[in-house]
Design a protein around this ligand. Sequence first.
Ligand SMILES: *Cc1c(COP(=O)(O)O)cnc(C)c1O
Length: 457
Amino acid sequence: MKMDMLAGKPIREWISTFPVLEKIMELEPVFWVNSEYSNFTKFLESSLLVSKTQVNDAFKDFEIFSSYIAKAFSETKQAKGVIESDLTLIHSMKKSMENFWDINIPGQLYLKKDSHLAVSGSIKARGGFYEVLKYAQDLAYENGLFQTGDDVAIFHSREFKDFFSQYAIGVGSTGNLGLSIGIMGKSLGFKVYVHMSKDARQWKKDILRSIGVIVIEHRSDYSKAVEYGRKQADNDPNIYFVDDENSRNLFLGYSVAGQRLQAQLRKQNIRVDNTHPLFVYLPCGVGGAAGGITLGLKQVFKDNVHCFFAEPVHSPCVLLGLMTGAHDKISVQDVGIDNLTAADGLAVGRSSRFVGKIIENIVSGVYTLDDDDMFRLLAMLKQSEKIYMEPSALASMAGPVRLFQSLEGKLFIESLRLSSMMNKATHIVWGTGGSMVPKDIQKADNDRGERLLSTGR
Ligand SMILES: *Cc1c(COP(=O)(O)O)cnc(C)c1O
């Protein structure tokens, strides 16, 4: 394939401006520090497309929605319908990584277990559930069935199910977003269409079909699946399309994690301030989940939190979008990369402009890793902590290794004068999915990781 031009400029020119592009094109793992990063000032905050007030409102909405969730999903009863994950110290995992890569990771290492979120077993329970519940509430308002102050628990009734069954929700997904939208949508009574990309796993389609979701399989990648879904909804006014690339509500659902994490850190006596830096590593597909959480964290911790995104070397779309500033105008295919990875949740070739514009000054950097490292980390986590996560979720785990291993990472720490504080740092790797993966697939993933581990790095 001949690739001369890229977003209107010769590729040679791009490479001379961003030398790291050559490595990216050769599928070498990179650690890229965002040169457009700015301090999180009031001015910057107020220039963003999503405001603190909107995030606060979403936080309150979730409190309101919890009464429905508790009623509809008995597993959440004890938590009173609040779907939130544990923050777990993974000290043995840290030791294993230090030994394997022969490095020192100063500070404490925690796992944020969105991999084990109730009801849908992935980070998509945040954004996906919020968007569906918000839509249901809006419909009920508009049709005079619900007023401010009413208890949304009444949605858990034959009457409301019949009402919602007149409406449909559509979504394009690599799998987990479809699962979240499908599970919440069907629980409320909606008709749900999920457009699955070719990367989507069979078991995810099976679960969805078993609960009455209409799964439409596409032989193309995620971006096309979204496009098909959008087109279907454009032609049918009764379909509400959950647009992973453009949805504010989805993004807000993720952002709520910032305030939730703040409360959790306080409870566990973990300090974050200007002598106790917080590093957060987030697996990134189209950028919505990672971006929403980053905004939520920045609003709470300002310059004391440093967020890094993780992408497969075969799908570095957010890295390309941020580095060139072209966002959705550039795809990994444009630079000859195939978007083929075992990390199905991250198999996205083109990033979201909506998200890209929000995060371009607040994300600290992006690193890439190959699938083998994800599987190595998967088996290592199982061995050291007895926790299984899906391959995508392990992309975050490489973060602390890469921060202390790469020259770019070391320079980042030095440039912010953080070196002397690193032993008081907290590292949080965001585990994004896994608890719903069938046991036989968990075993196959783990076997693959163990084989790789036994042959060294
Ligand atoms: C969706 C997903 C991500 C990334 O989320 P984006 O919103 O696409 O950036 C990461 N890990 C898993 C397991 C996911 O399902």
